[in-house]
Write a protein that binds this ligand. Structure first.
Ligand code: COI
Length: 332
């Protein structure tokens, strides 16, 4: 079986090769799937994409015309897939429902602690030769702090345990918390979580047209004054204008983000200077450094997470090619 795989980084190829126990014939495409490189899938039996690949009706139609019936993503999030178009065209979609949750949780924790302790400001200051110690570097301690986890799935739960290990009190909001989430965290409603938390960390999926700009002026106004906000989920969940305004007034102490709205035009690219960055929101966020810490969607970029993603994707293809189905199918 031939599979064209998009967005495979050079470093990832040996992992794909080593974990390919079914001897699939894999064609690696370095770039994310776009309308321009869709042709690389011609002749393939299936396609594997990652987040930010363009899996819209146009590309799905092209795949269907070439007889491709399986387009799988190795991400947890699937907001980049046009589910309706896939259903109309008889294409099966599948995903990786979970990979090492510590990958994203540890990044969220690192961003949260850095901003909470003011390391971002202190390091920026000393880099400029300024060793004065002002009120802006005065800090609370994490063992006396409250952390709010929005979305108590596997990642949120893993992050909660990390914070608890440091002595923080952890609240979570989730409309359908699992038993382990309920056993580990204090589940509260959203207003209470926002009012009490010194650090708020977002771990909810993005559903286009449903929870865009979840973090809006109203959300931020309900937060504790001077709190830190972390988004390692999706850029579309955050109203960047509202966040920047709140940083200016001090309502927010810091914002850490690994994700951007329309980030497909950024990821994997190197720009000459920040003025060349085509994404306006990303430019605005970078200009707010060090109050804003920006990473290039590397939450899942760890060896255990990569290994899980690849292993599970191969298992999805194995099941699909042998039975016509996989348990990880995505339905409308
Ligand atoms: C996910 O798995 O949903 C991610 O955010 C990572 C992916 C875009 C590579």
């Amino acid at each position: 079986m031939k599979i064209t795989m998009y967005g495979v980084r050079a470093l990832e190829e040996p992992y794909f090769d080593r974990l390919n126990q079914d001897y699939f014939t894999c064609k690696y495409v370095r770039e994310l799937l776009t309308h321009d490189n869709v042709v690389a899938a011609k002749g393939a039996d299936a396609v594997l994409v990652r987040g930010n690949c363009v899996v819209d009706r146009q590309n799905l139609q092209q795949f269907a015309d070439w007889g491709i019936r399986a387009v799988f993503t190795r991400s947890v999030g699937y907001n980049h897939l046009d589910l309706q178009a896939a259903a109309d065209l008889g294409i099966t979609l599948a995903r990786v429902p979970s990979y090492s949750p510590a990958a994203v949780a540890e990044l969220a924790l690192t961003l949260g602690l850095t901003l909470f302790r003011g390391v971002n400001v202190a390091a920026d200051q000393t880099r400029q030769g300024n060793f004065t110690i002002g009120a802006n570097l005065f800090s609370k301690e994490i063992r006396t702090a409250t952390v709010g986890i929005l979305g108590a799935g596997r990642i949120g739960l893993t992050e909660a345990k990390l914070y608890q290990g440091l002595g923080a009190q952890v609240f979570a909001y989730d409309p359908r918390p699992s038993q382990s989430a309920q056993a580990t965290m204090t589940i509260v409603d959203l207003p209470e979580l926002l009012a009490k938390s010194d650090i708020v960390s977002i771990h909810v999926p993005y559903f286009p047209g449903k929870n865009d700009n979840l973090i809006d002026p109203r959300f931020i106004a309900q937060m504790k004054s001077g709190a830190v906000l972390i988004n390692t989920a999706r850029g579309e969940l955050a109203d960047v204008t509202a966040i920047l305004a709140a940083l200016n007034t001090g309502q927010l102490r810091g914002y850490g983000t690994d994700v951007f709205r329309d980030e497909g035009d950024l990821l994997g690219q190197e720009f000459e200077g920040s003025s060349d960055i085509p994404n306006v929101e990303a430019r605005q966020l970078l200009a707010a450094h060090p109050q804003v810490l920006v990473t290039p969607h590397v939450g899942s970029f760890t060896e255990p997470a990569l290994t899980d993603m690849i292993r599970m994707s191969y298992a999805n293809f194995h099941d699909f090619f042998t039975t016509g189905h996989t348990v990880n199918e995505i339905h409308l």
